[in-house]
Design a binder for this molecule. Structure first.
Ligand SMILES: [Mg+2]
Length: 189
């Protein structure tokens, strides 16, 4: 049983995960946040994002972009990276957007991964449904004021999480090591 606000693992980047091994371990679908997870806030899809989705699909993973942003932003990004599915105005951290994403992908919490950059938006809701959550470092340091305030709260959550890990003698990637026998890859972007 994990705390509702702690991620399962934290890595440097969404581009630094061993997706093929996660697929081999039984994961079927990946829910992605867009802003500051795949590209800077409101930036268009770039070659690195396109290559990542190609790689995910080659590994047999189904993808669903799930964002609180509006449809034009989410739809155009989904088209650019050829994501299988997308959910806009997802209402994260509510459960609805995640349930919708899993229903579109045909996955269950046991076979779904969530990759996002915010604890209070991305990780919280997915944790409540039992989806494995991987927190990534935000891509761009400058953020809107309401996000900056959430980041201050996140800082304290991350400190608490690190204390728990410290007592267990574990690293931020311990969950990945348990699931697939290794941690993250170097950021290859
Ligand atoms: Mg984000």
């Amino acid at each position: 049983m994990k705390a509702a606000l702690f991620p399962d693992a934290r890595v440097s980047s969404a581009y630094a995960l061993p997706y093929e091994k996660l697929a081999a371990a039984g994961y079927r679908g990946v829910i992605y946040d867009i802003d500051n997870t795949l590209v800077p806030h409101n930036a268009p899809a770039d070659d690195r994002a396109r290559a990542l989705f190609e790689r995910l699909h080659a590994a047999g993973l189904v993808t669903c972009l799930t964002s609180n942003n509006k449809e034009p932003r989410v739809q155009s990004f989904a088209e650019a990276v050829q994501s299988d599915h997308y959910v806009y105005k997802a209402g994260k951290p509510g459960k609805r957007g995640y349930l919708q994403a899993m229903s579109l992908m045909g996955t269950t919490p046991e076979t779904t991964l969530l990759i996002g950059d915010q604890i209070f938006t991305d990780v919280w809701g997915a944790n409540r449904l039992g989806i494995a959550t991987i927190l990534v470092r935000k891509i761009h340091p400058r953020e809107e004021i309401q996000i900056v305030l959430k980041r201050m709260l996140e800082f304290f959550i991350l400190v608490a999480w690190r204390i728990v890990l410290w007592f267990r003698g574990e690293q931020e990637t311990a969950w990945l090591v348990r699931r697939i026998g290794e941690k993250n890859e170097p950021d290859n972007g």
